[in-house]
Design a protein. Structure first.
Length: 133
């Protein structure tokens, strides 16, 4: 009782209040991180963009991304930013996700074909920022 008065002078604190504060602290320090970890893991497993084994298909309809168990087709008008660097092609989707295609897995002809498809399918869409070499 003296300890409670020392930390909160002038305030009447009941034992039930102390228990509530302790349970809240335990939930915030232990329960919440465990809950977040389980939810993030589930979201990670369900998201096709986080798979280790990816297959990409790029054509006039857009970009298709497929893992072993899932697939997603993204039309050209969903992209907000497309860029080619020395290491990868970056296709940003509505600012929330990105498709990254490593250059090292592509031949010179495939790189040029992707550039041509990007230019052909984004030339009329001013909402898509394109940065190609």
């Amino acid at each position: 009782d003296l300890l409670v008065r020392y930390f909160v002078p002038g305030m009447q604190i009941t034992k039930a209040y102390c228990v509530l504060v302790i349970l809240t602290a335990l939930f915030v320090s232990i329960g919440l991180p465990m809950l977040l970890k389980s939810q993030i893991g589930k979201a990670y497993d369900k998201n096709v963009f986080y798979s280790k084994f990816m297959r990409y298909s790029i054509n006039n309809k857009g970009v298709a991304v497929a893992s072993k168990s899932r697939g997603k087709k993204i039309p050209w008008n969903k992209f907000t930013y497309i860029r080619q660097t020395d290491d990868f092609f970056l296709f940003v989707i509505d600012g929330t996700h990105a498709v990254v295609i490593p250059i090292r897995v592509l031949s010179g002809n495939e790189i040029q074909a992707i550039r041509n498809l990007v230019l052909k399918n984004t030339i009329d869409n001013k909402k898509i920022k394109v940065k190609l070499p």
